[in-house]
Design a protein around this ligand. Sequence first.
Ligand code: 5AD
Ligand code: SF4
Length: 478
Amino acid sequence: MNSNVKFDREASAQEAERQAAFIERGKLLVSALSRELGRKPRACTVTFGCQMNAKDSEKIAGILRETGYELTQDEDADFVIYNTCTVRDNADQRVFGRLGRISHYKKKNPKMKIALCGCMMQEAQNVEKIRTSYRYVDLVFGTHNLYRFPEYLCGLLEEDHRIFEIWNSTDRIVETLPSERKYSYKSGVNIMFGCDNFCTYCIVPYVRGRERSREPADILREVERLAGEGVTEIMLLGQNVNSYGKDLAVPCTFAELLAEVARTPGIRRVRFMTPHPKDFSDELIETIRDYPNIARHVHLPLQSGNTGTLKRMNRHYTKEQYIRLAEKIRREIPDVSITADIIVGFPGETKEEAMDTVDVVRTLCLDNAYTFVYSKRQGTPAASMPDPVSEAEKKETFDLVLSAVQECARIRSEALTGRIMEGLVEEINGQNERYVTARLSNNMLVHVPGDASMIGQYYNIRLTECRGFYFFGEIVAA
Ligand code: 5AD
Ligand code: SF4
């Protein structure tokens, strides 16, 4: 399905200018607030959910920093914004739980502003709940109007009333506002927004809207700018990257875009998230194969291994087609790792059917998989499907799938023991500060002795000890 949404570049440029003017006004307002407080005001962004949300939070943080806020991780701040996720119910619940806790900070600091944005805000029942039961929330906006954040921020600082603004869709792409990168050496880059697939369990098409691709020239300009700032690893982001470019005036395939990004000087690694198995082209496989700086990792959501369930999920592939595709990818791209998302407990899926999922995991010996329990999302077709399977049975199935995943992850990892592979050091190890954690091209993590000076650098690493799905290793001379 393809929406053919055309976005208006001129209007987007004007909107970017308008918001840039609000940033200038915001600077004056924040500096007045600083004088009042006798210090720089502090802002905290909290992100729930996926990489797209993480990227959106960088934009929000960039605007806050630009207007004069000091960024902090501490929610006892002058401005707190939760960028929410609604893909599964537990993410929703976590937001409400956390909101309750920060209300105490606001009692202490009445000038504190609390904002909510992201996917949960595209659902009317959540917005209503906040409007009536969380009256201390000052600002609510959704996924389509995030680029208006400078305007909303000024509104909050100038006038003491709540702002609720949710749009059902947008035809604009505004990507030129400031952004605060979390990492100096890697960055996500949005290539498209929205999803047209309507998998029956999934809320994303309802909260992120129809597919809209960014122009390749705009994407490449952003990648070049990032490379100029020292970024060496790029993650191209979209809900279904295989649909990229179909809605552009001059169509461009995802594989073509990927190759262009891989050719950008200074870019040593390119990743992408997420392709859909139904339209993973040979051209894409060949592109990954032919560009060694495209990561040896394909995240290929399986969801279920049962053809009947896949049909009811509206996934457009069968068990056999998924297996054949994964085998082809492994055949063409040596050393590739294939990981998946799996949903257990989809309405009506029997234990016997779910064993097909275990079978696919084992047949392919998947490198890893995120396994989720199905979560009913109001308004999706699956929410009204009959679901006679008991929770206890679902729990049993979940454990079976999870142990198959873990077993395969171990087998695939162990097979690499002793190999020397290139790793990009990402951070100090959370458990032992005399170690750093590096990511291999295939997305596996390896911990090596080291210090902060190594962050952002590439090293050849011998994988000495496998610990399930990660390694301990040692750096070998280049
Ligand atoms: N319940 C459980 N998991 C879901 N996902 C998406 N929607 C649901 C749902 N309603 C999972 C899918 C998707 C990943 C991002 O989240 O596996 O690939
Ligand atoms: Fe959701 Fe399916 Fe779109 Fe992924 S492809 S965002 S699972 S509807």
